[in-house]
Design a protein around this ligand. Structure first.
Ligand code: ZN
Length: 231
């Protein structure tokens, strides 16, 4: 990562995250907060093609200080959600992902996603291997900006979480700076995918394993039984 300015970092991360499927179809987004300024990609654009001059510069209240020369652009629809993480958690960067694994886990859980005893849990600040990692899930709304109140309530209710999942939509993930937000985002996406794959094996990622081995429902002593029974 050679990028130096916040604008250059956003452009570089958008390309990386596009490759991971987190910001395809103009969805998702990234915002950075640095030196009393907030930097944000525009709304509804192909995130892998944005350039530094497309990035909005705002004050910490959301007032636009520098708008892109291209007047057909508008600030990210996610702006009020990014600002919730800045205000309530003193975040330095927020990543909004439409990653498939983030969307799919919201179909399997009610109020929260949970998993335990997976090494990548340690990548989320304040969590150890034996902890249960929880991520609140809020229901989606027709317009992204209307999610802000629900997201604020979820952030308050789950003080250890560095993410909020949005049902049938995606996830917001933050960190103290963009480096930590990126690490958190990679770990969360890994854990979401791990829990989905474990569920396909009949293993509940939230269940404390017996002696390190997964409890497979319908199996004996950790034996994995293919769907439909033994071959
Ligand atoms: Zn979205």
């Amino acid at each position: 990562m050679q990028a130096s300015t916040p604008q250059a970092v956003i452009v570089e991360l958008c390309k990386l995250f596009y490759g991971l499927g987190w910001v395809t179809g103009t969805g998702g987004g990234i915002s950075l907060r640095e030196g009393g300024r907030v930097y944000m990609a525009p709304s509804g654009v192909q995130k892998e093609r944005i350039v530094e001059s497309d990035i909005y510069v705002m004050d910490e209240k959301g007032g636009v200080l520098e708008a892109p020369a291209n007047t057909s652009l508008s600030p990210s629809e996610c702006a009020p959600l990014f600002f919730k993480a800045f205000e309530l958690r003193d975040a330095g960067a927020v990543i909004h992902s439409h990653g498939m694994e983030a969307m799919l886990v919201t179909l399997r859980h009610g109020e929260r996603f949970a998993c335990t005893q997976l090494e990548m849990i340690k990548g989320i600040e304040g969590h150890g291997f034996f902890d249960t990692l929880e991520v609140p899930i809020v229901d989606n709304t027709a317009r992204e900006r209307e999610l802000a109140d629900r997201m604020a309530a979820a952030i308050e209710a789950y003080p250890k979480s560095r993410a909020v999942l949005v049902r049938r939509h995606g996830v917001y993930i933050w960190g103290r700076d963009w480096v930590q937000a990126k690490t958190h985002a990679e770990c969360y996406h890994y854990l979401f995918e791990a829990s989905l794959r474990m569920a396909a094996m009949g293993v509940d990622a939230a269940e404390t394993p017996a002696g390190g081995r997964a409890l497979v429902h319908g199996g004996l002593d950790g034996e994995i039984i293919p769907k439909g029974g033994k071959p």
